[in-house]
Write a protein that binds this ligand. Structure first.
Ligand code: GTP
Ligand code: MG
Length: 266
């Protein structure tokens, strides 16, 4: 009986966006907070397909190629996963980053010149004929890799995975990162979409940073926290699936509408 019912239900597709501190070296220090590595480990977990280095410093031609496509976000691809109760879903993964010009060391100019925290909270993403990203070596050699396109039209964002790097970081202060994360969280909140906090690089995690992140999450309406390591492949699935489940739950809930609004809608 149960099986027959499930087959009738079409697998829902959710669009998940990975965000966190990004920018020039002045803002993010010598290395990123781990957004790319987290995406890589989730969509292509095998050791052969996992890369630790995903540069954000690009030439103008790589920025304009079909993978980056003059955007400050990457399409990491689509995966299928089973949510609770065996419900299948498709997940599209996008990373919001900031690409730096290898000549000027300033952010590449794109059509939308918004600051990162505004742009990262966009709930609609579009990029004509943009290709799925694999790794840095792919840029400029797009023909040598599988060419999979980001879905055409506007991608409706369903939820955000907000990364906090809890490792020592390279010449970047944790407190500055948390200021950025706090502002970013405020922007994400305006979208009303579910947010999950992913602590990254827990294999090198600093106890105080982990504690502070949990304190932050508790203060923000108890947002869920997942302690991950892309390098050690720990809890990466859990982070994305926690978000997907939150989205799925919020979909199922019927909205309670006051009488007069309901009357107007008739
Ligand atoms: P931008 O997109 O440039 O803002 O950076 P990002 O947030 O995508 O960071 P990225 O994933 O490129 O990671 C930056 C560096 O952090 C990597 O090159 C690794 O050296 C290191 N790193 C990433 N994930 C892990 C992890 O799980 N553990 C440890 N120890 N280091 C990691
Ligand atoms: Mg990145």
């Amino acid at each position: 009986m149960m099986m027959a019912k499930k087959q009738d239900v079409r697998a829902p597709t959710y669009n998940l966006v990975v965000v966190g501190l990004s920018g020039t070296e002045k803002e993010k220090g010598q290395c990123g907070v781990g957004k790319s590595c987290l995406c890589n480990r989730f969509v292509r977990p095998s050791a052969d397909d996992f890369y630790l280095d995903h540069t954000s410093v690009l030439s103008t031609s790589d920025f304009g190629g079909r993978v980056v496509n003059n955007d400050h976000f990457l399409f990491w691809g689509e995966v299928g996963r089973a949510l609770e109760e065996g419900l299948e879903c498709r997940l599209h993964v996008v990373e919001q980053t900031e690409f730096i010009d290898d000549q000027t060391f300033q952010p590449h100019r794109s059509t939308a010149l918004q600051p990162y925290i505004k742009r990262a909270a966009s709930t609609k993403l579009a990029s004509a004929e943009k290709l799925m990203y694999f790794c840095t070596d792919q840029l400029g050699l797009e023909q040598d890799f599988e060419q999979k396109q980001m879905p055409e039209g506007k991608l409706q964002v369903d939820g955000f995975l907000l990364c906090v790097d809890v490792s020592r970081g390279m010449n970047r202060s944790f407190d500055d990162q948390m200021k950025f994360v706090t502002n970013l969280y405020t922007q994400l909140g305006k979208t009303k979409k579910p947010v999950v906090l992913a602590l990254t690089k827990c294999d090198e995690g600093v106890e105080r940073y982990i504690k502070d992140s949990h304190t932050f999450a508790l203060a923000k309406k108890n947002v869920q926290v997942v302690e991950t390591s892309a390098r050690s492949n720990v809890n990466v699935e859990l982070a994305f699936l926690t978000l997907a489940q939150l989205i799925d739950k919020s979909r199922g809930k019927s909205k309670i509408i006051p009488y007069f609004e309901a009357l107007k809608q008739q």
